[in-house]
Design a protein around this ligand. Structure first.
Ligand SMILES: [Zn+2]
Length: 72
């Protein structure tokens, strides 16, 4: 019997991370690794529109922002 493994789906070029808080803010992080900055990422808040870029990763920033963003 021949086993045919499922072909794994193509991985997206960018990894998206979304963070949502109770106020409805959604911060989207898009990683964009570079040669000297494998952690480089961009983030954008869908609620207030603020954008951020860091070569050290933005997970902590996104968590903080999502918690603080309560702009009406
Ligand atoms: Zn925001």
């Amino acid at each position: 019997m021949k086993l045919t493994p499922h072909s794994s789906p193509a991985e997206p070029a960018d990894l998206l991370i979304r963070m949502r808080n109770q106020a409805g803010s959604v911060v989207t992080i898009t990683t964009s690794p570079k040669y000297r900055a494998p952690e480089a990422a961009r983030a954008e808040c869908s609620r207030c529109g603020v954008m951020a870029y860091s070569e050290k990763g933005l997970t902590a920033w996104a968590e903080t922002h999502a918690a603080q963003c309560r702009a009406a």
